[in-house]
Write a new protein. Structure first.
Length: 267
């Protein structure tokens, strides 16, 4: 029997969900049901999809943060193509994001409950070889407002606020997974636990929720950076996560289409 989620309300203020967003979530759920019917997929199909999505996920997530590698250059980095000298920061960002995806997959496969240790390990993986002094460590200084959200909380409150985030997540099972993913992403970015890489971690954490619920990952495209920035800013400043939920739902729908499109070519 399909899980029935609370689609009527979606945000922390109990605002009614935009009807068009509700329609989109229902369409995404219908696509997921089609995919569920076809599961388990052939192992070869899953391997091909995993490599394809890892590349796209890495490329687009890094592009959202200003990484200038092309898709083919990102593939070269992930394939460990030979380059002269030490790898650039952008190539390290690609490899590190791939490793963070693998870690997220392990969390999902083990059905592990989200913890502060998970969050810190994802940060460590993203900054490996880039900033070892900060990798995996909560910030020890206050930071000014920057980007999408207002000035973050005092650094001394970070551990307690991360713990509160994890507690909130444990009690939010009645939310639709994609709306919950948007809320989780927003709450995490507002805390701003680290000196850097908070937005990529927010997207990875949101996909832990998405994938645990049986959806393929939501891959927000690099070309949607302005839309993403606007949606995240709105979510942070007003508490209305509908625009960010819409973006995540559209991204999930695209990935579902990729899966469903492979079914006809499966052996």
């Amino acid at each position: 029997m399909a899980t029935v989620y609370n689609l009527a309300r979606h945000d922390r203020n109990g605002e009614f969900m935009n009807p068009s967003l509700q329609t989109l979530l229902q369409a995404v759920d219908a696509d997921k049901s089609r995919l569920d019917t076809a599961r388990p997929l052939p192992l070869h199909t899953l391997e091909v999809l995993r490599e394809q999505l890892t590349l796209g996920w890495t490329y687009h997530s890094n592009a959202l943060e200003g990484n200038t590698l092309t898709l083919s250059e990102t593939k070269d980095a992930l394939d460990a193509a030979a380059v002269a000298g030490e790898p650039s920061r952008e190539r390290l960002e690609a490899v590190n994001h791939r490793d963070a995806i693998r870690y997220v997959e392990d969390i999902v496969a083990g059905n592990e409950i989200l913890s502060a240790q998970h969050i810190q390990e994802i940060h460590r993986l993203l900054l490996k070889g880039i900033d070892e002094t900060q990798a995996g460590r909560y910030r020890e200084h206050n930071v000014p407002a920057a980007g999408a959200c207002p000035a973050p909380i005092d650094f001394s409150q970070v551990p307690a606020q991360v713990a509160a985030l994890i507690e909130w997540r444990a009690q939010a099972d009645k939310m639709h997974p994609l709306a919950r993913a948007a809320e989780l992403h927003t709450r995490f970015v507002k805390i701003h636990p680290f000196m850097g890489a908070n937005r990529p971690i927010g997207r990875l954490l949101s996909n832990v929720d998405v994938m645990k619920a049986g959806y393929p990952p939501a891959i927000i495209r690099g070309e949607d950076r302005a839309t993403y920035d606007y949606a995240l800013e709105g979510a942070c400043t007003t508490g209305d996560v509908s625009a960010l939920t819409l973006l995540i739902a559209e991204a999930t729908q695209r990935t579902l289409a990729t899966y469903l499109g492979r079914l006809g070519s499966s052996d």
